[in-house]
Design a protein around this ligand. Structure first.
Ligand code: MTE
Ligand code: MO
Length: 445
């Protein structure tokens, strides 16, 4: 990082001009300094620089962590730079919609900054007849939708998986998940603007995937921006509810969660919901970025870092059926007798939750938990107003055993069940730990 330039520095003239510009930060200065080089001696050069500044994009990915947003002190920090943090378990069952400040934050680089929201636009490029730039006003002019969707990191519950055998990745307890109400335009409507019709599986120029590119610099992408893609048929399906979201829980999206604009791909692992969207590319093959090709893939337990062949597996998209108890910590010390066990259950791909079972005797007998959605109304799978992309919160009363195990497991509407043990789904990246959630109890009497 450069110091504020002083007389005599090699780039003094060009740089000093940029430095004086109120919208420009030091980081940009550093980039400029590398090629400005010559001294600002004449008005012509000054004019040129001014034009370059006007052409600067509204949104930028900084290369260091000097401009991170404030965060709630109750979050448990799993990695500071990049910032990765989750709320205490209890925060997840306190409300059906997770408050923004209690929502997990999962980043791969520094949080981008906006110089000028008026200058911000998303470009739509690639296999489209007429590439387009969409400014925020253009996106806000499209019909606005609110989608309640649970976002879950593929690494949720990784720490528990790493107890079987070491895995690579940020450690997470059970709270790398949250339920948000996302407000924005449907990607299907946005794609219509560049001539790709609803429910198309191929664009007129042969595109089959839609790639989302951000501006945050990640070391995994060799300093390039974070990116991911989804199939075009999912992007053009209005029922898929893929959003370009500018609101979260009725508020303007904040910087941590993707301000000014992010993608929300409901029912799919969080990694595909690209934050700080900069560019949408219609492409013929799925995105070749690191997080699609060299990460977030599910391998069998026999694969280790010596014999891994990334090309043999597909990028993970839908997440499997999942649940976790959030009213108890592990290990929990409770008074004997009746206790209420509560938590969340969710499945990917829009498959709702059919049932949640809770056992207080290590899995010999089970009781069915009650389930709630939308502000406490009992969940009912044939109710069209139920949120198909969102979790259910569950609760069950059980008799606390002495030094026993409390377990929860969910079944989705397709009849998918969770695996009983983490060992059989162990994988080297530690993703998709959806094993039965087990809590060790110690009774205090
Ligand atoms: N988008 C960008 N640009 N950069 C990122 O690091 N992380 C992804 C996804 N989108 C990421 C991103 C991952 S792995 C997850 S789980 C979600 O964002 C997390 O979203 P949240 O921080 O809003 O909870
Ligand atoms: Mo993630």
């Amino acid at each position: 990082m450069l110091e504020k330039p002083r007389v005599g520095d090699p780039y003094i003239c060009g740089v000093q001009f940029i430095w004086c510009h109120p919208h420009v930060e030091r980081l940009f200065l550093e980039e400029k300094a590398a090629f400005v080089g010559d001294r600002l001696t004449d008005q012509g050069r000054e004019q040129e620089l001014e034009e370059e500044i006007v052409k600067m994009p509204g949104l930028r990915g900084p290369s260091d962590y000097s401009n991170e947003p404030p965060r709630h002190p109750a979050l448990k920090i799993n990695s500071k730079e990049p910032f990765n943090a989750e709320p205490p378990r209890s925060a997840l069952v306190s409300s059906y919609v997770t408050p923004v400040d209690m929502f997990y934050k999962r980043n791969h680089g520094p949080i981008p900054t906006i110089d000028d929201i008026e200058r911000f636009y998303v470009s739509i490029e690639g296999l489209v007849d007429q590439p387009k730039k969409l400014y925020m006003a253009d996106i806000r002019a499209l019909p606005k939708y609110h989608v309640t969707a649970t976002l879950q990191c593929a690494g949720n519950r990784r720490t528990a998986m790493s107890k079987t055998r070491t895995v690579k990745g940020v450690g997470w307890d059970v709270s790398a998940i949250g339920n948000g109400v996302w407000g924005g335009a449907k990607l299907a409507d946005v794609l219509e603007l560049v001539g790709i019709h609803k429910l198309s599986t191929v664009s007129p120029l042969g595109g089959k995937h839609v790639e989302f590119v951000s501006v945050d610099m990640c070391k995994e992408e060799s300093g390039g921006p974070y990116k991911a893609s989804i199939p075009l048929c999912q992007a053009t399906n209005p029922e898929g509810d893929v959003l370009l979201a500018y609101e979260m829980n009725g508020e303007i999206l904040n910087r941590d969660h993707g301000y000014p604009l992010r993608v929300i791909v409901p029912g799919v692992i969080g990694a595909r919901s690209v934050k700080w969207l900069d560019c949408i590319n219609v492409i013929s093959e799925e995105c070749q970025g690191f997080f699609m090709q060299k990460d977030y893939k599910m391998f069998p337990p026999t694969v280790d870092w010596n014999n891994i062949n990334w090309s043999t597996r597909r990028p993970q998209m839908d997440f499997p059926v999942q649940c976790a108890i959030c009213s108890l910590e592990d290990v929990a010390v409770v008074k004997g007798g009746k206790i209420t066990v509560s938590g969340y259950a969710v499945s990917g791909g829009g498959r709702g939750i059919e049932r949640v079972d809770v056992s207080a005797d290590g899995g010999k007998t089970w009781v069915e938990a009650s389930r709630y959605q939308t502000n406490g109304t009992p969940y009912c799978s044939d109710d069209p107003s139920c949120d198909k992309w969102a979790w259910v919160l569950f609760a069950a009363e059980v008799n606390a055993p002495h030094n026993g195990e409390i377990i929860a497991k969910a079944v989705d509407i397709a009849g998918n069940v969770q695996p009983a043990n983490v060992e059989e789904i162990w994988n080297l990246r530690g993703i998709l730990n959806t094993s039965w959630h087990r809590i060790q109890l110690k009774c205090s009497h």
